[in-house]
Design a protein around this ligand. Structure first.
Ligand code: FAD
Length: 532
């Protein structure tokens, strides 16, 4: 057998036989890794036999088989770990090519981790740097606020703290689950979205010290600010539903609340010809309160088109007591509930899922637990404030950032501001709300930096485009004063399903997000000069 050296530590080859082991021993190999599944060819020596012979000669073995280039992230991490052992490693498969692929991926992973470690030690320079503004979270609200500040005061020194390489347009996931958008279209690299003039601090914030104007990062470094904007979004508590995490993404269990799972919703919908589909809504507050039922309507629309209603039974389980919190939209929604023959169950909270037996358990208001079998279940997790905000002196009793609902200034620390899902203002937690809040925070914060006491006000605007069928949307728009429609009803009546609202959601809003909101272009989002 020909052995090919990749580095001084690593070599690869095609299939080994027992007679190759002494030569490997001779060349100093301490660990043999098998990347080939047993039984690919008749004459192939099984891994167990190679392993038994190697063990006799004091060589360790690890079985890490995969086909083609289909190794998982986990396989790659395992290989990376083996490399860090510094042992002399020989890997084999059918030709050696598979081993080269996983070695290349594992080496790249290790190089990246090393770069991150180096960055972590450099981060202490932030101890000395004092930023005008530190923003925690470069999601929808964080990036929009940074852009809106720079638009008003271009030389403001801003740091955006955000650990994630990727940024998501989450409102698009409903459309992915409905087979309308491709999931990749909802993702961009964070690096490409950080506004020019901001420093991206690629770390996780672990603690806020509002009395000393500092944020502590993972790894321990500190970063100081004159003003702080908290834009960390909320936490998805999948773990609160027993058995859920183990079965998400398989056994018919799905959710549009995760990038990787939304495409599975659509494949389940397409594949279901007969059986029971459950759609669940957890207790409020959640982001986009309409999203649990949007998943139901878009699925129903597809089954209706395919003439499967009746064969597919739809059931909606809502922890709350009403279909939608703003009454004006309920009559239109009820027409679709009837059209899709969906059975509504209020005050039923999903508490447990068993994917293998396809069973879900719901707790009723009276404390009874009922059991339902399913062929498909769409789950939305309970949601809460991230722990480091919940535990800080900046939060209210429920854990949310405690802000004035109009100025979005923290109630006890005048140099702390909030935007997006994390705040405790009584608006609907939506991207549409963050779009209107970002200019308010930007203007008030810039005024404060310029020692100007003028203030602008947020009107509580939030929006929920309820995708009642493929091609039509009931466009719910509301705020503190009640309904806040963007258009007069003769152009678009938001309480009725319309094609114009569908076009808005499908074609216009994504572009408005990427090219408007995230760039500080405040189209239809100018802050109000008074509270009324
Ligand atoms: P996010 O955009 O979630 O950003 C929070 C950021 O903070 C993230 O990048 C995160 O990595 C970062 N972060 C978290 N913890 C830390 C930390 N410790 N340190 C540093 N950074 C941290 N809204 C609508 O308006 N219309 C819709 O139709 C709609 N549909 C939706 C459908 C679905 C399925 C979902 C999931 C959401 C939907 N939304 C919709 C809601 C909308 O996406 C959110 O309300 C919006 O993204 C909130 O913005 P945010 O900036 O508060 O949070």
């Amino acid at each position: 057998m020909k052995f090919e050296n990749i580095t001084t530590q690593l070599s690869v080859s095609g299939q080994l036989s027992i007679s190759d082991i002494p030569a490997l021993k001779e060349s100093g190999v301490e660990l043999i890794v098998c990347n080939r599944p047993d039984g690919e060819e008749k004459q192939q020596t099984p891994f167990d036999e190679i392993s038994a012979e190697a063990t006799k000669q004091n060589i360790e073995t690890v079985n890490l088989p995969f086909s083609g280039a289909n190794f998982t992230d986990d396989d790659c991490l395992k290989f990376a770990e083996l490399i860090t052992s510094k042992k002399r490693i020989h890997a084999y498969c059918r030709t050696g090519n598979r081993c080269k692929k996983i070695i290349s991926a594992a080496t790249t992973y290790l190089e990246k981790s090393e770069a991150t470690m180096n960055q972590k030690s450099e981060i202490h320079i932030y101890d000395e740097a004092k930023y005008d503004v530190v923003i925690i979270g470069a999601g929808s609200g964080g990036i929009a606020t940074a852009s809106s500040i720079l638009k008003r005061r271009p030389n403001t020194r801003i740091a955006l703290i955000e650990p994630s390489e990727d940024h998501y347009y989450q409102p698009g996931w409903t459309m992915v689950g409905g087979g309308v958008f491709n999931v990749e279209s909802t993702k961009r690299r964070t690096a490409d979205l950080i506004p020019n003039g901001c420093d991206w601090v690629q770390f996780r914030a672990e603690e806020i010290k509002p009395d000393s104007n500092q944020v502590i990062l993972d790894g321990g470094a500190k970063i100081s600010y004159k003003h702080l904007v908290v834009a960390v979004g909320l936490k998805l508590d999948w773990y609160k539903i027993e058995g859920l995490e183990e079965t998400l993404g398989k056994n018919g269990v799905t959710s549009n609340y995760r990038y990787d799972l939304a495409p599975y919703t659509w494949s389940l919908v397409k594949g279901l010809n007969k059986g029971r589909a459950l759609f669940c809504q957890p207790p409020m507050p959640i982001k986009c309160a309409g999203a649990p039922q949007k998943a139901m309507y878009l699925s129903g629309s597809e089954w209706f088109k395919e003439n499967k209603i009746g064969d597919v039974e739809i059931e909606f389980y809502n922890a709350g007591g009403v279909l939608f919190g703003v009454e004006a939209y309920v009559p239109s929604l009820m027409k679709y509930v009837e059209k899709y023959q969906a059975k509504l169950n209020f005050l039923h909270t999903l508490v447990k899922v068993d994917g293998e037996s396809k069973t879900a358990w719901f707790k009723t208001e009276e404390g009874k637990v009922i059991e339902r079998n399913f062929d498909m279940i769409h789950v939305v997790p309970p949601q809460s404030s991230p722990d480091f905000i919940n535990e800080s002196s900046l939060s209210d009793d429920a854990g949310w950032l405690d802000v004035d609902q109009y100025t979005l200034q923290q109630k006890n620390y005048e140099n702390v501001w909030g935007v997006g899902d994390i705040i405790n203002a009584p608006n609907a937690k939506t991207m549409a709300a963050a779009r209107k809040q970002a200019p308010v925070v930007a203007q008030n914060l810039v005024n404060a930096l310029n020692n100007d006491h003028g203030r602008v006000y947020y009107d509580g605007y939030g929006s929920c485009p309820l995708t009642v069928e493929r091609g039509k949307i009931v466009l719910a728009e509301f705020g503190y004063p009640g309904l806040l429609p963007s258009f007069p009803s003769w152009i678009n009546d938001g309480t009725k399903p319309t094609t114009l609202s569908w076009v808005l959601k499908k074609d216009i809003l994504p572009a408005l997000y990427w090219h408007g909101m995230l760039k500080g272009r405040e189209w239809m989002a100018s802050p109000n000069k008074s509270k009324s």
